[in-house]
Design a protein around this ligand. Structure first.
Ligand SMILES: [Zn+2]
Length: 258
């Protein structure tokens, strides 16, 4: 329903910085956004609004995480094809000191993940699951998916029954109504099925590939994944609730776990 006035979330793109990405497990280039709550009239807001927080979006894996602007020397307006090293020099020159412990841990993960303390391994697995579950929950629906949904809805509930009616009418007037009715029920069942499985499809296409990227260097065992997911289930995180047994098997296979 369209709300004529009230408050809404206003996102403003501020520019670019370098930072550490826990999904890529490396230093990367990020876009920085400011989120605020501002009054709007007919969906239009002319102010930035009261600050909710800042977030950084990794340009490599497109994952969004929270950040604080005071970390950066500056937020660069344009990217101008700068490399990660050049962006570090301009925006976050003490990045290696600031993230020293994490970068040392990631080096350890790359060299010999099996030697890392079991509690640290579980913490790393949970971190990836938390970040990506939060992203899945806060993901704005993209306009292309919305358009496809509307077209599916029109096609299944109106166009399909209409074509079935017209086609059946050519053969026999008597069965045209029945054909349209059957097409409508089938279309309705399809629309219900598609909306019931929308979250699972989004997780499989947008979120699980990132989970594979983040977990592959750790090579989690099935037991470690089960234990991390059990923790997330207690907090009703989306990934833990929706991850099916075959998705788990895919994760185990794709991350080289055993
Ligand atoms: Zn990334």
């Amino acid at each position: 329903m369209f709300i004529f006035w009230g408050t809404k979330r206003v996102v403003k793109k501020l520019g670019y910085t370098a930072d550490f990405c826990p999904i890529c497990r490396d230093l990367q280039r990020f876009q920085i956004e400011r989120a605020g709550m501002a009054g709007h009239l007919y969906g239009i807001s002319l102010v930035e609004g009261k600050l909710i927080g800042h977030r950084k979006i990794c340009l490599a894996c497109k994952t969004a995480t929270q950040t604080v602007l005071s970390l950066y020397k500056e937020v660069q307006r344009g990217l101008r094809n700068l490399t990660v090293a050049e962006l570090i020099a301009n925006t976050f020159p003490n990045i290696r000191e600031h993230h020293a412990n994490r970068l040392a841990l990631e080096e350890h993960v790359r060299r010999n993940p099996g030697e890392i303390d079991p509690s640290v391994r579980i913490a790393l697995i949970k971190e990836s699951l938390y970040i990506l579950s939060a992203e899945a929950e806060n993901r704005p629906s993209d306009s292309l998916s919305n358009l496809i949904q509307v077209l599916e809805f029109i096609g299944c509930l109106f166009l399909g029954p209409f074509l079935a009616f017209k086609f059946a009418e050519l053969l026999s007037d008597q069965y045209a109504g029945i054909a349209a009715g059957i097409a409508f029920v089938a279309g309705l069942a399809y629309v219900i099925f598609r909306s019931a499985t929308a979250t699972t499809r989004m997780l499989r296409s947008k979120i699980y590939p990132k989970l594979v990227l983040a977990l592959k260097p750790i090579k989690p065992t099935q037991g470690e994944l089960d234990s991390a997911l059990a923790e997330l289930r207690k907090e009703e995180m989306l990934i833990a609730k929706k991850l099916k047994e075959n998705d788990l098997q895919m994760l185990v296979a794709a991350t080289g776990a055993g």
